[in-house]
Design a protein around this ligand. Structure first.
Ligand code: ADP
Ligand code: MG
Length: 263
């Protein structure tokens, strides 16, 4: 697998996001309730092309709901979300296309259990994008190579380690040529020795200029790869800063308290 990480905490991503361009993802005044629970409170957030945004915050603060709303796995009550300047479509083929443009990697390894690793990666391109099987297989093998699991292509997901499965999940999302990749705590269900093999792939993706929204408490990843850290608590964006600023000099009491618990 590629290793873009270098020494711990050494910055591995040098490019600047293109903040003059149309944001890849933009949330404006987003509100979301689950019954009486106000989970997203007036969220305004724009993610620029090439930006690596790390979202951090206590459990229950709304991080997963935010990710799921961007993919329209959750609806919102108020406000607007656009991807590449387009409001999220409500349903049908337009929604399927949107989902393919927003790659998503979850905490739990959610590969198709009854399909081989290779089929997991080719299914979307063939079914949603209308690619030929041969073309899709060729590209999938390249992607599996890139994430370091090409030799597992014919196996079933359950035969792979968690770290390998998560890397297949990344390859599967990349096969759709997404405009942005969302990662929701992609390493928090992994055994410790597998965390870095997944983070290495993510750092490499960041270096290549992929626009990424990453929910994670992996401070090493944030320091190496993030352009910006957003701290959420109780459904609000409480504070945002560069990783250096945020980890060394958090301003809010909520962030100070949170960091004192995870560091
Ligand atoms: P985080 O990812 O930051 O831990 P979540 O976005 O998962 O937070 O959840 C935010 C809050 O919304 C939590 O209190 C959670 O229990 C609640 N919640 C999440 N999904 C649902 C749901 N489908 N129905 C009701 N409450 C939910
Ligand atoms: Mg979550």
């Amino acid at each position: 697998p590629p290793t873009g990480q270098g020494a711990p905490h050494e910055r591995a991503v040098d490019h600047r996001p293109d903040t003059d361009a149309e944001p890849v993802v933009r949330l404006t005044g987003v509100q979301k309730h689950f019954g009486d629970l106000h989970v997203l409170r007036d969220i305004d957030l724009a993610v620029a092309p090439g930006e690596v945004l790390v979202v951090i915050g206590p459990s229950g603060s709304g991080k997963s709901t935010l990710c799921r709303a961007i993919n329209r796995l959750e609806t919102i009550d108020e406000g607007e979300i656009t991807v590449d300047g387009q409001p999220l479509p409500a349903e049908g083929r337009a929604l399927a296309r949107l989902r393919s443009e927003v790659g998503m990697v979850f905490q739990s390894f959610n590969l198709f259990a009854h399909k081989s690793v290779l089929d997991n990666v080719t299914l979307g391109p063939v079914k949603v994008r209308g690619r030929s099987r041969a073309e899709a297989r060729k590209e999938a093998m390249g992607l599996l190579e890139r994430v370091g699991v090409a030799n597992q292509a014919e196996k079933m997901p359950a035969q792979l380690s968690g770290g390998q499965q998560q890397r297949v999940a990344i390859a599967r999302a990349l096969a759709m040529h997404p405009k942005v990749m969302l990662f929701d705590e992609p390493t928090s269900a992994l055994d410790p020795e597998m965390i870095n093999e997944v983070l290495d792939v993510m750092v490499e993706l960041a270096r290549e200029g992929m626009t990424m929204i990453v929910v994670t408490h992996e401070m090493g990843f944030a320091r190496k790869a993030a352009h910006r850290v957003v701290f959420m608590a109780d459904g609000q964006i409480v504070e945002q800063a560069t990783p250096e600023e945020f980890f060394t000099n958090p301003r809010s009491d909520r962030a100070k308290d949170f960091l004192s618990k995870i560091l």
